[in-house]
Design a protein around this ligand. Structure first.
Ligand code: ADP
Length: 472
């Protein structure tokens, strides 16, 4: 409850998805509108003037070209012929050759335009410069000295300045309305988007709360978005896995309880029998005591296996050392010699010397023990243990000629508490945990393992481990 409160108060300082989307839209709007404002309003006058100046310069060059070409042909071309080249600029043009510089014959045609009328003054003001631009009242006056086709001429072009200030005012008003509309629109869009995006997230988080309350195997709601759908699928998978883990835990507990109960019931019954019936009958009493001892051993083995399994699942890396697998194998097999002769089993081994590997020595000893003791539990007449090195890999194998395992059962035998249908006989001394301990240990070491078996012929259990580099 306390942590929930803390979480809620922390969440108060978090910004909602909707606000972030809206802020992003707003920032985007400000950038776009600001850019439009700068270019259309603030810089419009400058742009207009500079682009008109460039247009006038181009027009002047073209006119000069036409004019000088025709001058060369010694034909009289009135400047108005050249004027049609610049129709779109609505300008007036006056041309004068350098030779006729002071004559200005054509001036009469343009005497309504004071700038054209004053062309000589403008030509004089050029001095050494090739072109000049004047902004007088409402006119742009472009004056230039052109050189084309080896002839020079003066050109003056005038064009009225459009009323940019008026245009700017219209644009300003338009931009204000556009800004208001787009801010409103972005608010609506942000709201719509955040609802659409946050809805599936909210649904997911509600289901996660159910999961945290212990409701496993939940189907998380699907959504139309790839990312949230991925999340929902992962959470569904995780909840199923948690469900399985929970089920497994319950099964393990039920199995452990059951496995403890059976020997305990037997111990209690035999103890009562000794007290009530066989107390004075030495032969019977010894038989009953023997059962009590065997059942105690069985319980002991179960406790050891459960402990070994939980240890195997704990981190082993810190305990990894280089050790002689050959030495460990020799120590293990020797411990079974006695049992082999008691059970009259033909027990042989061929163990390559000086095989070193890196791992947790105690846990690998547990693997060897489980493989060999299983072979003793399930064999009929013989067991053969080998350790050899092939391609820098140590291979450990235990082969028996027991009842074998059917192909369908092989994938299950490494599972916790799995015991094949034939091994449920109480005479076989097992807990169903041995191979799951082996699996946990070998998985932790990243060592590979395998079983090959044929029903009625026998089985071979093996694992491989890379040999340590320092020794062979
Ligand atoms: P258990 O304590 O029952 O031996 P294990 O986990 O060691 O448990 O083995 C799981 C099951 O695998 C056994 O119940 C048995 O059915 C099968 N199994 C293991 N080793 C052998 C073997 N050498 N031959 C035949 N079956 C085997």
């Amino acid at each position: 409850m306390d942590t929930n409160l803390k979480k809620t108060s922390r969440n108060k300082h978090r910004v909602s998805l909707g606000t972030v989307i809206w802020a992003t839209f707003l920032a985007f709007n400000v950038i776009i509108i600001g850019t439009v404002l700068i270019f259309q309003v603030v810089l419009l006058d400058k742009f207009y003037k500079s682009s008109t100046k460039n247009d006038l310069a181009e027009t002047a060059a073209t006119i000069a070209n036409v004019y000088t070409t025709n001058q060369q042909n010694r034909e009289y071309i009135p400047y108005l012929d050249a004027l049609h080249l610049s129709d779109d600029l609505a300008c007036e043009v006056y041309i004068s050759t350098i030779e006729y510089e002071k004559k200005y014959d054509n001036l009469t045609a343009t005497n309504t335009n004071p700038y054209i009328f004053n062309a000589p003054t403008y030509f004089d003001s050029l001095g050494n410069q090739n072109s000049m631009v004047y902004y007088e009242d409402n006119y742009i006056i472009f004056v230039s000295k052109e050189f084309s086709n080896n002839l020079s001429c003066y050109i003056i072009i005038t064009t009225p300045i459009e009323n940019v200030g008026y245009t700017v005012n219209i644009l300003k008003r338009q931009i204000i309305w556009i800004a208001i509309a787009s801010i409103l629109l972005s608010f609506i869009l942000a709201r719509f988007l955040s609802l659409r995006i946050s809805e599936p997230i909210k649904n997911l988080s509600n289901s996660v709360i159910d999961l945290s309350k212990g409701k496993f195997n939940i189907e998380f709601p699907k959504s139309n978005y790839y990312e949230t759908n991925q999340l929902s699928e992962s959470l569904t998978y995780a909840s199923h896995e948690l469900g399985k883990a929970e089920q497994l835990q319950r099964d393990v507990l039920a199995n452990v309880t059951h496995d403890f109960k059976t020997p305990l019931t037997l111990i209690k019954s035999y103890a009562e029998m000794i007290r009530d019936i066989s107390g004075d009958d030495k032969e019977k009493r010894d038989a009953h005591l023997q059962t009590i001892i065997e059942e105690t051993d069985r319980m002991n083995k179960l406790i050891n296996d459960v402990l070994a399994l939980s240890k195997a699942q704990a981190d082993v890396e810190s305990k990894n050392i280089e050790f002689s697998l050959s030495g460990l194998c020799n120590d293990s097999v020797v411990r079974f010699d006695e049992l082999a002769s008691t059970k009259k089993i033909h027990f042989t081994y061929s163990i390559q010397d000086h095989v070193h590997i890196i791992g947790n020595k105690e846990q690998i000893a547990e693997v060897l023990y489980n493989y060999i003791s299983n072979a003793f539990n399930y064999t009929r007449t013989s067991i053969h243990v080998t350790l050899e090195v092939l391609d820098k890999v140590a291979i450990f194998k235990v082969t028996d000629d027991g009842m074998g395992i059917s192909q369908e059962e092989i994938p299950n035998i490494f599972k916790r508490y799995y015991r094949s249908s034939d091994s449920h006989i109480r005479s076989v001394n097992g807990t169903g945990l041995g191979l799951s301990i082996v699996k946990a240990i070998l998985d932790r070491h990243s060592f590979t393992y395998d079983v090959s078996s044929e029903v009625g012929v026998g089985s071979t259990f093996m694992f491989t481990a890379p040999i340590a580099n320092s020794k062979k």
